[in-house]
Design a protein around this ligand. Structure first.
Ligand SMILES: [Zn+2]
Length: 434
């Protein structure tokens, strides 16, 4: 089920108080305390899943995995790694029905372009919010500080490109209209409104920073930037930090709700949130990169044990001077999202297309190929669509792209998708070389 705005605010508020109480303490746990905390949480979770979820009951039987003897995190390695494909093939196998009926449904389409629905228990959602509040606190954010947000706000033609939420003191800014003219209008508004924080897709904040630099418009009120959802490249970070004279606090999370990573105020590394998930690092031969294999500690609605996130990290060798014992991550190597371009040549973020397609239940796979500013090809695979719904969906997609990109797309219903090296199918292909 989806939740109302009121309920969402209520859960967020509970998260705020949890961040103030429990999670302000757990972040300073010693290594031993962290391990004990994780063992207790996973022991409880395992007991639930082996009682109520037939898939795990069978799995534990097949692997001779004795839940009652779980007293060491390493014992989890007796179980196989769960692949995204297993989840896509039979998502219902992982759902705890009693919990899921009261849970939140999220949709994602991840790196493969194949939509997936996941369930998050309310308790986990509160922990999710608490973790985010705590991260913002690391960045110096206080309740109702002014924040400009460049993500997910996609106004239609007759709507303004900026929208203020007075209650939260958040100014939503469209990342889909960042040409020079609008960029200037946004920067002038921000200079006058005096936000302390910028939040958004790294690519969107980068483009705003480039416009700010080119036109020499400064926003001296800014204290920090909070980035998420895309990989923050070194270049994005450098330009945002140098232009706005602030530090960036990066966030890594997942729609599958398995693990989370936050950059602290010392910026010596990013921290793996070990009061949120138990995360293993799997070696990849010939590289210092490690795969992230995660087990969320509290999501009882859809527990995923040893889930392969598909993302990789490089571990930090230094101990961070912030005093937290959460493991340090030097770099996150996830999906590197490509910039797409509007017909007029300005940048459009691609990350929100994943959310857009994941909400169209008849679309089982998508691929967007930009040949040039005025030529965009969209391939979709449909499931359970009849002639009427197929026509409707094509009409809707064409309209959506026309709004975002200012151009008519070439839409194909097909089972054929372009695959790259290693057979990987990228949902977004950019053919424009810039
Ligand atoms: Zn630190």
């Amino acid at each position: 089920m989806s939740i109302s705005n009121f309920e969402d605010s209520l859960l967020t508020l509970k998260g705020y108080f949890l961040a103030k109480r429990l999670m302000s303490k757990t972040q300073y746990f010693t290594r031993t305390e962290i391990e004990e905390y994780q063992i207790r949480a996973i022991y409880k979770l395992l007991n639930q899943v082996c009682t109520y979820i037939p898939y795990y009951k069978k799995l534990f039987w097949d692997y001779d995995f004795d839940v009652s003897k779980f007293d060491d995190l390493k014992k989890l390695r007796q179980l196989p790694i769960l692949k995204k494909k297993d989840l896509l093939d039979a998502p219902q196998d992982f759902i705890f029905a009693n919990e899921a009926c009261r849970s939140l449904e999220l949709s994602t389409s991840g790196t493969s372009g194949e939509p997936l629905k996941t369930f998050t228990s309310r308790n986990q959602w509160i922990i999710e919010q608490a973790s985010i509040w705590r991260h913002w606190k690391w960045a110096g954010y206080k309740f109702r500080d002014k924040m400009a947000i460049l993500r997910s706000y996609a106004p239609k033609n007759n709507e303004p490109i900026m929208k203020l939420n007075k209650l939260k003191n958040w100014l939503y800014v469209s990342p889909y209209h960042l040409d020079d003219k609008n960029g200037l209008e946004i920067l002038k508004k921000l200079r006058k409104w005096q936000p302390k924080f910028l939040r958004g897709y790294p690519s969107s904040l980068y483009v705003l920073a480039v416009i700010s630099r080119n036109y020499d418009i400064k926003i001296p009120s800014l204290k920090a930037a909070l980035t998420a959802s895309e990989v923050l490249t070194d270049e994005y970070r450098r330009v945002i930090e140098e232009t706005f004279k602030i530090k960036v606090f990066d966030h890594y999370g997942q729609a599958e709700i398995t693990t989370m990573i936050h950059e602290c105020e010392k910026h010596e590394c990013l921290h793996l949130l070990e009061d949120y998930a138990y995360t293993e690092f799997k070696n990849i031969e010939g590289t210092e990169e490690k795969s992230l294999i995660a087990t969320n500690l509290f999501n009882y609605a859809m527990p995923l044990l040893r889930y392969d996130t598909g993302d990789k990290v490089i571990l930090s060798k230094k101990v961070c001077s912030c005093g937290r014992s959460f493991k340090g991550i030097k770099k996150i190597i996830g999906r590197s999202d490509l910039l797409l371009f509007h017909k007029k040549g300005y940048y459009i973020p691609s990350i929100n297309l994943y959310t857009y397609f994941s909400k169209l239940k008849e679309v089982s796979k998508f691929q967007v190929i930009q040949h040039n500013n005025n030529e965009i090809e969209v391939r979709i695979q449909l499931i359970n669509a009849n002639i009427t719904s197929s026509k409707q969906i094509q009409y809707d997609i064409k309209n959506e792209f026309n709004d975002r990109f200012g151009t008519t797309i070439d839409l194909k219903i097909t089972n054929e998708f372009i695959t790259g090296s290693g057979g990987k199918c990228n949902p977004i292909i950019q053919k424009i070389k810039k």
